[in-house]
Design a protein around this ligand. Structure first.
Ligand code: FRU
Length: 480
């Protein structure tokens, strides 16, 4: 299918029609990346929560499949994850075989955890007849189990949101679960209920012999840009408890834009840790002006950890290599001084672009890009030199009157790296994702400009900035 409706993303995942929220059950299996997601098969707002399903060979081109799980007598099918039960620890598969097991929240009178299994590579799902596998322990918000195999202690581990904390459970067979520990009291951002946690081990500075654990937790409301968003903690996990050296009041935001929620990482991808999030915000999610679908996913991103000059460990997110496959026409500039006269790029105008830029600070106190520029609208992506902030201004980006919480300017702290500021930007029909300094900071925001607002300009304010290099690519649609 070729999607061409107003605002329909061209290289971001959207359901064919109807409402979508969190990514669920992300797993790589037999050469395919699976993407399940919170889905309403019956309408374009939240309800009848089911798991929609799509698969891809490259995380870019997706094939829509039938709805995988629908509500039943235990309730709706809320968020959760999928693991590969290679050795049939669950006993749910035929002798000598294995398969996929989904662990999810059944949301009925209470929130409880259940499992389902698939013997045909994720196409059809059988709910386990002993559900729920974890009954509600008296915590109203008890949901979004993310499960992984923990090699060192030879067992399955579940991280789950419980009020404003996360809890850890373990199991030998995915059916019987034992409570292990809790994390989060008074830690980090506490302005809203915690949801959709993820926990994984990744190398620091790309060194496989030096790893740390990352605990990603979303909260709604109380995020940095208002409404819902994600935070993370870096620490250690010994098979039982997660510990961080982070001070209780310290908050690390995953993304400084308004539209990055419920990130989940793919299971079973070997060296790479890749995650994707729902590109929306509960502040206005059900009101965004799109139909017959509502909500897109962010681009998949490779997650890493990096030691800063100060010795802190920072989460980084980078666009995956595969993105290069959809690059089309290219426009290049090198070693140019930009002054108050904006440089336009008429040849590269369009609704889908990738912009890779490196600036060297000069006398200008602000510089960057006007994207999706039309007669009266634009989205500004800039660097504020005095404040040392990377920002996205969507106050004039197009349609915004569907919610008072939509319009705004969002900023992330970002220090120039030896006088240099890098911006890597993906512009789609209804979103802008900005990666600063090799993924040290990211801002993800939806925009709803007119289709005719296709201009791109580079600017500098009150002085000059040196543009060391700029590559702009037109991007192809992934839906052809
Ligand atoms: C997060 C969330 C989850 C829940 C799901 C329901 O966006 O509220 O906590 O499982 O959405 O659709």
């Amino acid at each position: 299918p070729y999607y061409n409706e107003l605002y329909r993303p061209q290289f971001h995942f959207t359901p064919d029609q109807n409402w979508m929220n969190d990514p669920n059950g992300l797993v790589y299996y037999k050469g395919e990346y699976h993407l399940f997601y919170q889905y309403n098969p019956k309408g374009n707002t939240w309800g009848n929560m089911s798991w929609g399903h799509a698969v891809s060979k490259d995380l870019l081109h997706w094939e829509h499949l039938d709805v995988a799980m629908k509500p039943d007598e235990l309730g709706m099918i809320f968020s959760g994850s999928i693991v590969v039960d290679k050795h049939n620890t669950s006993g749910l598969f035929k002798k000598g075989s294995g398969g996929l097991v989904a662990i999810f929240t059944h949301a009925g009178d209470t929130q409880q955890q259940s499992i389902a299994y698939s013997e045909d590579n994720g196409i059809t799902w059988n709910k386990y007849n002993g559900n729920p596998v974890i009954e509600n322990p008296g915590i109203a918000d008890f949901r979004d189990p993310k499960v992984f195999w923990h090699d060192d202690t030879n067992k399955w581990v579940m991280v789950i949101a419980a009020g404003k904390r996360i809890q850890l459970y373990s199991s030998q067979n995915l059916k019987n679960w034992e409570y292990m520990s809790e994390f989060g009291e008074g830690m980090g951002a506490q302005g809203g209920v915690w949801e959709c946690p993820d926990l994984f081990e990744i190398p620091v500075d790309g060194n496989p012999n030096h790893t740390k654990w990352v605990l990603q937790v979303d909260l709604n409301p109380g995020a940095v840009a208002g409404g819902s968003g994600g935070q993370y903690f870096v620490g250690a996990f010994d098979g039982k408890t997660f510990k961080t050296e982070q001070k209780a009041e310290e908050i690390n935001w995953v993304d400084y834009g308004k539209d990055f929620y419920a990130a989940q990482s793919w299971d079973n991808t070997q060296q790479r840790r890749i995650w994707m999030a729902w590109m929306n915000n509960w502040d206005y999610a059900e009101k965004i002006p799109t139909s017959p679908w509502r909500s897109a996913m962010t681009l998949p991103r490779e997650v890493g950890l990096k030691t800063t000059e100060k010795g802190e460990i920072l989460l980084t997110q980078k666009p995956i290599q595969e993105m290069k496959k959809i690059r089309e026409k290219k426009h290049q500039l090198k070693n140019r001084n930009i002054q108050s006269d904006n440089i336009k790029f008429p040849k590269i105008d369009g609704q889908t672009q990738e912009i890779v830029a490196e600036f060297e600070l000069g006398t200008a106190d602000e510089f960057g890009f006007y994207a999706r520029k039309g007669d009266e609208e634009f989205t500004k992506i800039g660097y504020d030199v005095k404040r040392e902030e990377l920002f996205v201004d969507r106050t004039k980006s197009g349609q915004a009157n569907f919610s008072e919480n939509f319009s705004g300017i969002y900023a992330a702290p970002l220090k120039a790296a030896g006088n240099k500021v890098k911006m890597h930007i993906f512009v789609d029909r209804s979103s802008v994702e900005v990666f600063g300094n090799d993924g040290e900071r990211v801002l993800t925001n939806q925009i709803f400009p007119k289709p005719t607002s296709e201009g791109l300009e580079v600017y500098a304010k009150n002085g000059e900035v040196h543009l060391s290099s700029l590559n702009v690519y037109k991007l192809d649609s992934t839906w052809k």
